[in-house]
Design a protein around this ligand. Structure first.
Ligand SMILES: C[C@@]1(CC(=O)O)c2cc3[nH]c(cc4nc(cc5[nH]c(cc(n2)[C@H]1CCC(=O)O)[C@@](C)(CC(=O)O)[C@@H]5CCC(=O)O)C(CC(=O)O)=C4CCC(=O)O)c(CCC(=O)O)c3CC(=O)O
Ligand SMILES: NC(=O)C1=CN([C@@H]2O[C@H](COP(=O)(O)OP(=O)(O)OC[C@H]3O[C@@H](n4cnc5c(N)ncnc54)[C@H](O)[C@@H]3O)[C@@H](O)[C@H]2O)C=CC1
Length: 201
């Protein structure tokens, strides 16, 4: 059984080995999280075109020495034996590693993700059916549209104001629980009132 978590990658050095579509998917997700992404591969798929500014694309092959200073690695070459070598070297060095061809050699696996700003839905089947994870992601992406990012940011703003108030703790908790049932419009109204320091009760 895997432990789900949200990992801070801002500014961390990560390397993706391989330049195919699978490597691209992982590199894009890592970039969105603010990691310093290096992709190392003898060849790059055309999906990498124009990405030089956002990530470092290096023409080359996997070598153990390249792992130095890495926080996290993705082994996404089309050679399972090379991916295996990368996984084992990372394990010895205590580096987090996702081996795309072998969940058993990975220290973590990657879920299917719907991202709406800070609001994130991630779906995992524990490697049993990545295709099912993708299918459910598509369903959830329709249900939780782009507006959810702004809605969640607003909830965060309101929460900050409420937590800074000198209300009794119980009143704050009740307020924040009830807030999660309110629409975007209702929250906007509440936010305006809170900013004006109006008495809401
Ligand atoms: C264990 C895991 C390791 C990891 O990669 O982290 C893994 C492993 C493998 N995937 C394989 C195949 C496919 N993977 C996909 C798609 C995705 N795979 C992803 C994650 C994961 N895949 C992790 C577990 C996720 C979970 O918890 O369920 C997603 C969710 C996220 C992402 O890749 O970022 C992404 C959806 C992206 C999206 O949401 O859009 C499709 C469908 C498609 O491409 O349309 C297929 C073909 C159909 C099928 O096989 O189901 C193979 C066989 C390869 C071969 O044939 O050699 C292996 C190796 C093995 O199983 O041993
Ligand atoms: N986890 C997942 O979601 C999925 C995993 N897979 C696995 O991922 C592997 C890669 O899939 P694709 O990206 O479609 O393959 P691909 O063949 O398009 O890309 C492989 C890349 O690895 C590079 N490469 C080869 N040797 C290398 C080395 N020594 N060092 C660095 N890079 C090297 C190649 O130049 C190429 O750019 C598949 O072989 C399969 O095992 C496949 C589908 C989904």
């Amino acid at each position: 059984m895997y432990y789900p978590m949200m990992l801070k990658l801002q500014g961390k050095k990560v390397i993706v080995f391989g330049g195919g579509k699978v490597a691209y998917g992982k590199a894009k997700g890592l970039l969105e999280a603010g990691a310093c992404v290096q992709v190392i591969s003898p060849q790059f798929d055309k999906v990498f075109e124009g990405l030089h500014k956002q990530m470092t694309l290096i023409e080359g092959y996997y070598e153990e020495v390249l792992l130095q200073g890495c926080f996290l690695v993705v082994a996404a070459t089309n050679h399972p034996n090379i991916n295996e070598q990368i996984g084992k070297a990372c394990e010895e060095k205590g580096i987090l590693c996702n081996v795309v061809s072998s969940p058993s050699l990975s220290s973590f696996i990657v879920p299917s993700v719907v991202r709406r700003g800070e609001f994130v839905l991630s779906i995992s089947t524990g490697g049993n059916s990545p295709a099912l994870a993708k299918h459910i992601k598509k369903e959830l992406a329709k249900r939780y549209d782009e507006d959810y990012g702004a809605y969640v940011t607003l909830l965060g703003e309101i929460r900050k104001i409420v937590l800074a108030k000198s209300w009794p703790e119980e009143k704050k908790q009740t307020f924040l629980r009830e807030l999660s049932n309110k629409s975007f419009e209702e929250c906007n109204g509440l936010w305006e009132s809170l900013k004006r320091n109006e008495d809401l009760f």
